[in-house]
Design a protein around this ligand. Structure first.
Ligand SMILES: Cc1cc2nc3c(=O)[nH]c(=O)nc-3n(C[C@H](O)[C@H](O)[C@H](O)COP(=O)(O)OP(=O)(O)OC[C@H]3O[C@@H](n4cnc5c(N)ncnc54)[C@H](O)[C@@H]3O)c2cc1C
Length: 351
């Protein structure tokens, strides 16, 4: 599995645990591993930590993190980064893990597409949906407008202030961004192919309220063509069910048609896969079919699995217990609380 003949292969970086994916679950893994004295390096394709929270919904509120009534996607990432600071994990961003090769029992050589090599006693796959990519609508010439006036994610709401925005879709992302962007947009229209929505009923009701108040427009149909110059949209031509065309003046088009979860190289790591895309794990340890390789967060599967951040947080706590046995085979592990253990508090830098 190791990619021979790659140039720029570097000296191996040795670590206890190599974490693939710096999403919320990979980040919290650093904390649980650190409490048990395991050092981690993290690799992520993205140029910043935070996974889906940072990339797809940095400004959206999350309401179901235990004991945190409200936090934005980016806020959660920042809080996690603060929480794991005492453990000094090393980040390798903008790199994709390509291969994992077993070199010991357990011990692994892991390589990235940039030629970096790691040697780790334990590998933790926290790769979420793999390299996730937005599904693109089949509109001729749309590529020419992408990143200029067609966006598949909202990084900064301010970028859309006083713009005429056309949001397309009927799921949660489309409805959430309709509600969030309506107050900043000059005018916002939501376009969906039919007058029924998959999004949360509460969001749909709020959206209909805004339409009734005349604050936003709801259009039915599909975008058939785009008009504009040099990547800057001026209008989207909406094809309606009766065959007529309606030009909608807009500065920005936001199609939310869901994400394609492209597993990427994870599929080639010789692991057992469920439905070709998820990694089955033992729920006592979150270990995969390969001893020493663990999978946590959205990438794993077990009966009853829910792709929720709080579930991933639980998973890494149990994973760390088993990982400890591989990293320190001769050390006995004692269960301790952070509230009462001076030794844990010293690791956290608070005692
Ligand atoms: C719009 C939206 C709203 C959501 N709201 C909530 C909510 O309110 N509450 C909640 O609990 N959950 C919510 N979720 C789900 C939540 O974001 C995910 O459950 C969570 O992000 C999973 O975390 P993760 O760390 O497992 O994976 P991810 O966040 O997907 O991170 C995985 C990381 O791994 C990286 N990666 C993948 N393959 C490789 C590779 N080969 N090499 C290097 N890096 C790799 C990716 O680049 C990515 O950064 C929401 C999701 C979306 C899309």
């Amino acid at each position: 599995m190791h990619a021979p003949g790659k140039s720029n292969m570097s000296e191996p970086i040795k670590t206890d645990v190599l974490v693939i994916g710096a999403g919320p679950i990979g980040l919290f893994a650093v904390f649980e591993l650190g409490l048990l004295d395991m050092k981690a390096h993290l690799v992520d394709i993205l140029d910043k930590p935070g996974g889906q929270c940072a990339e797809l919904y940095p400004e959206k509120p999350i309401y179901d993190i235990p004991a945190v009534p409200y936090i934005s996607g980016q806020g959660l990432v920042e809080a996690l980064m603060t929480q794991i600071k005492p453990f000094g994990a090393t980040f390798h961003l903008g790199e994709m893990v390509e291969t994992i090769e077993r070199i010991g029992d357990p011990s692994f050589r892991v390589t990235t597409d940039r030629g970096k090599v790691f040697e780790a006693k334990v590998v933790l796959i926290a790769a979420g949906g793999g390299s996730f990519q937005p599904k693109k609508p089949p509109i001729p010439g749309i590529e020419g407008y992408e990143a200029r006036s067609v966006f598949y994610a909202v990084r900064r709401m301010e970028d859309f202030r006083d713009k005429r925005i056309l949001v397309v879709g009927g799921g949660d992302s489309a409805l959430d961004w309709t509600l969030n962007l309506a107050p900043v947009a000059k005018r916002l229209s939501l376009l969906h192919r039919r007058d029924a929505f998959r999004a949360a009923p509460d969001s749909v009701n709020k959206m209909r309220g805004l339409v009734a108040e005349g604050k936003i427009d709801l259009l039915l149909g599909q975008v058939g063509a785009l008009e504009g110059e040099d990547g800057q949209l001026t209008a989207a031509v909406v094809k309606r069910d009766d065959g007529s065309n309606l030009p909608v003046q807009c500065d920005a088009l936001l199609p939310f048609f869901g994400l394609t979860m492209k597993l990427g190289p994870v599929a080639n790591w010789g692991l057992e896969l469920k439905d070709g895309e998820l990694i089955p794990v033992d729920t006592a340890t979150f270990e995969t079919s390969e001893p020493g390789i663990f999978a946590v967060g959205d990438i794993n599967w077990y009966p009853g699995k829910l792709k929720l951040i709080l579930c991933g947080f639980h998973e890494v706590a149990l994973m760390a217990q088993k990982a400890h046995r591989y990293v320190f085979p001769d050390k006995k592990l004692f269960f301790q609380y952070t509230t009462s253990s001076t030794s844990l508090q010293k690791k956290l830098g608070v005692a």
